[in-house]
Design a protein around this ligand. Structure first.
Ligand code: AFP
Length: 331
């Protein structure tokens, strides 16, 4: 494959839209820059004492890791520059932040989870950053984020694993870029299509006793050998949604974080609509997969507040369809 850089790819996409202002190209490049800076810090974090907890906790009462705070600051610094982003909202910030009030520009609002999989930080496990881009709303007072996921115009994630990768879509094509030692992201896969079914599932089975009957029976069905193949689905759970989703995007399967009764805060699931569910749902649908709460498409969920949560079943169409059937008591 000819080595195409992220910037070249974005400029090609931009040329295909004569009405484009170039701001989205600049924004996606800026998010990629944040990824490079965070990846460099993660690589050396155990040597520089950057691991461990900060003295602060987030709006969910969870203790923040130093690198959660660092990554959040990196994003705010680079999203603020140049005024193309008017509003930024993050899993690590109580309220969305106004970055620019200049109405002549700042056409975008960005939601992000600066470090996904924080519990993997101190053990060198897979980590990610998740992002979703919306157009800024007309009304100054309304940050305009409490809208359906279909309002996103771009979404994706960075994966910090053996390689650092950025994966995104603007609605049709899902592309994967890999960070090269030259410090450039190069296109490694384009037009990624998620297989219609998979061989693996990702769920924290430790919560099983708190699941609904439908969810329990669905996971049991995944673990039951298929009469045709004689094989059951394999368990693949990394405690990082991004890490698990990246496998499912390429090999198929399903990631599940259902509502559970273990903690009132998780009555409608653990994952955050704006920072985790909406962005990955946009990537999943653009790749031919699905994202469901069990009762509706995740992209149709309208969050009631910036930190709203929803159940998430995301992955191959066949597995997610089946999950909906079990939740509805039809299987
Ligand atoms: P953190 O970023 O707070 O570690 O949460 C990670 C996450 O949102 C998602 O990436 C994981 O799949 C899931 O939560 C892990 O949750 P459990 O620890 O409850 O399994």
């Amino acid at each position: 494959m000819e080595q195409i850089t992220l910037t070249e790819f974005l400029l090609e996409q931009q040329r295909a839209h004569p009405e484009a202002t170039g701001e989205l190209t600049e924004l996606l490049n800026r998010i990629a820059l944040c990824g490079k800076i965070i990846a460099r810090r993660l690589r050396r974090s155990t040597l520089t004492g950057d691991t461990g907890y900060a003295k602060t906790s987030n709006v969910y009462g969870e203790r923040q890791e130093k690198l959660d705070v660092y990554a959040n600051d990196v994003f705010l610094r680079h999203l603020r520059y140049g005024g193309i982003v008017s509003i930024a909202a993050s899993e690590e910030m109580d309220q969305p932040e106004v970055l620019s009030t200049d109405r002549s520009k700042g056409h975008y609002a960005v939601c992000f989870d600066p470090i996904d999989g924080s519990s993997n930080l101190d053990v060198n496990g897979t980590l990610g950053t998740i992002f979703g881009v919306r157009r800024r709303k007309a009304a100054v007072h309304d940050h305009g984020l409490l809208t359906a996921g279909r309002e996103q115009i771009a979404a994706g994630y960075l994966l910090y694993g053996p390689a650092t990768e950025i994966v995104f879509t603007t609605g049709r094509n899902v592309a994967i870029f890999t960070l090269d030692d030259a410090g450039e992201f190069f296109l490694s896969k384009e037009n990624v299509k998620m297989p219609p079914r998979g061989k693996a599932y990702a769920v924290n089975e430790g919560n099983e006793s708190f699941w609904s009957e439908g969810t329990r029976r669905f996971v049991q069905a995944l673990k039951t050998p298929d009469p045709k193949t004689g094989r059951a689905h394999a368990t693949r759970y990394s405690a990082s949604l991004v890490g698990d989703f990246h496998r499912i995007l390429q090999q198929g399967g399903i990631y599940l974080y259902p509502e559970d009764s273990s903690d009132p805060k998780k009555a409608s699931g653990k994952l955050r609509v704006l920072y985790e569910c909406h962005p990955l749902a946009m990537v999943a649908e653009a790749a031919g997969g699905r994202a469901s709460t069990g009762r509706q498409e995740v992209l149709d969920v309208i969050p009631k507040d910036p930190h709203a949560r929803c159940p998430l079943a995301i992955g191959s169409k066949e597995e997610v369809d089946r999950y909906d059937q079990y939740v509805a008591g039809k299987a």
